[in-house]
Write a protein that binds this ligand. Structure first.
Ligand code: DER
Length: 228
């Protein structure tokens, strides 16, 4: 097993029969979903799955558990959300949004009774953003205005995310664009989440406050370490 697999396998133990599970996006969360599908098939475990992106919905159908998918408005709670991260620091602050799903992820992750992050040790940084860009979901109408405002307030550069297999800007599941903001310093205060969110046209910011993270499971080549 690699770090992602070890973290995903460890997270599986926090899922119980009858739970409503928030399913994160990205490759690590996909490993978790595959393992969860296995438990469901082999043990007849009954859970509801709330996807955080169209990627997760498609994967659930592909894994034969599409019938367990519920839209967020169909459930009255999220018992546990399992999600990845682009970076995580010692206070469990996260950078998320590398996969462009940050808005639905934050809604599900922050609403969950328990929010568990799974990542390999390569995602651990001293302080966020740890050299990673900070994704910002913006209304298409406002992308240039937000870009200018962010650069004026915080310095650095905010780049419109352009598709690799799709020409033109990446469009999120919510019909918005993404700016990848490169902060000029190694560290950014977690309060920047609120400051950036206050800019008109910003839909969501890829800074997740560590106070919302119940635990982080960091997978290594030899085992897992838990941050809580
Ligand atoms: O987009 C996201 O927030 C994902 O969770 C991402 O940050 C983690 O993706 P990975 O598990 O493929 O590295």
């Amino acid at each position: 097993m690699n770090g992602k697999e070890r973290a995903a396998a460890a997270a599986l133990q926090y899922v119980r029969d009858g739970m409503v599970v928030g399913a994160g996006s990205g490759s690590t969360a996909q490993v978790f979903l595959e393992m969860l599908a296995g438990r469901i098939r082999e043990e007849g475990m009954e859970v509801s799955i709330v996807p955080t992106s169209s990627e997760v919905e498609v994967n659930a159908v592909r894994l034969g558990i599409g019938g367990l998918v519920r839209q967020l408005w169909q459930v009255d709670r999220i018992d546990v959300a399992i999600d990845g991260a682009d970076a995580i620091d010692a206070r469990r602050n996260l950078i998320k949004g590398g996969g462009g799903a940050l808005t639905r992820e934050k809604i599900v992750d922050y609403w969950a009774s328990s929010f568990i992050v799974i990542a390999d040790e390569g995602k651990v940084v001293a302080n966020i953003p740890g050299g990673r860009p900070i994704p910002i979901e913006v209304l298409p109408f406002a992308w240039r205005a937000v870009k200018e405002a962010v650069e004026r307030r915080l310095g650095g550069e905010a780049r419109l995310r352009i598709g690799s297999d799709k020409r033109g800007p990446v469009v999120t599941d919510n019909g918005n664009y993404v700016l990848d903001y490169v902060h000029p310093l190694e560290e950014i205060d977690v309060g920047a989440e609120r400051e950036l969110k206050s800019i008109p046209g910003v839909v969501e910011v890829g800074i997740f406050n560590g106070s919302k993270v119940s635990k982080a499971i960091i997978g290594t080549e030899t085992g897992v370490s838990i941050m809580e």
